[in-house]
Ligand binder design. Structure first.
Ligand code: ATP
Length: 234
């Protein structure tokens, strides 16, 4: 059988003396979408930071295409093809939309995504291409953050809270681009507060509570009741 694209094995991490993650384990198959759910403070963002090398973890805890990468730097992981769309977007706020995309494209890998393709995916960004990122709406900034991850032509994108602070109609627009993104060959881990949305977009779901995996399985097999119970700890 082919190696999973991403394997997380007994991953523990935290902030100084505070342990936030305990023995996390799951696999993501190539081409699949894994939905990561859990209440505020469950450890979802911390897990992304640990995978990306922004928090302590050890070599064997993260494997990418079978290769241990738990000691790799964020820069090395980007070069291997892992990108993150962080919570809060973290754009260069005074640079234009196009400059934000250009920086990522210039430092990225070769592949199907370029700035023109990002404008095809999000036409409003072409209209706003000379505007500073800070002048855009929250939804448009989220589109820039997604575009910035895609133009680096990653194999795997970690999406953190795509819907945070956005109006429902904007959230729908952002999620409507997901099939195109996935069809380009990208695999994804998506943090999403909305359990039903997470279930509809994901092949597999992992539910975290208090830094531990409390439930995981195929999205089609997990009932709403199972998920809600795991999420709230009932
Ligand atoms: P949210 O939906 O609120 O983003 P989350 O599931 O992403 O929640 P984390 O932000 O990963 O949760 O937080 C997990 C735990 O780590 C919480 O107990 C939180 O208080 C703690 N934590 C998060 N960031 C830090 C930090 N920079 N320093 C210390 N503790 C932190």
């Amino acid at each position: 059988m082919a190696e999973p694209l991403l394997s997380i094995d007994r991953l523990s991490s935290g902030y100084g003396d505070f342990q936030a993650l305990f023995d996390i384990g799951f696999d993501l198959e190539e081409g699949a979408v894994l939905g990561l759910v859990g209440a505020n403070g469950a450890g979802k963002t911390t897990l992304f930071k640990a995978i990306m090398g922004l928090l302590p973890r050890s070599e064997a805890m993260v494997r990418f295409r079978g290769r241990p990468v738990g000691a790799a730097s964020p820069h090395e992981l980007a070069a291997l093809g892992i990108a993150m769309v962080p919570e809060g977007r973290r754009l260069f706020r005074s640079l234009s939309v196009e400059e934000n995309l250009r920086i990522a494209a210039d430092h990225g890998r070769r592949g199907p995504w370029n700035i023109r393709e990002i404008y095809r995916l999000f036409p409003v960004l072409e209209e706003k291409r000379r505007m500073p990122a800070l002048s855009l709406s929250g939804g448009q900034q989220q589109m820039v953050a997604i575009g910035r991850a895609l133009v680096a032509n990653p194999a795997l994108v970690l999406f953190d809270e795509l819907s945070l602070g956005l109006a429902p109609i904007v959230v729908n627009d952002v999620y409507a681009t997901m099939p195109t993104i996935l069809a380009s060959g990208i695999s994804a881990v998506i943090v999403e507060q909305d359990l039903e949305r997470s279930r509809s977009v994901s092949d597999r779901l992992v539910c975290l509570r208090e830094g531990r995996v409390v439930l995981q399985g195929d999205a089609a097999d997990l009932t709403k009741h199972d998920l809600t119970a795991a999420y709230f700890g009932e």
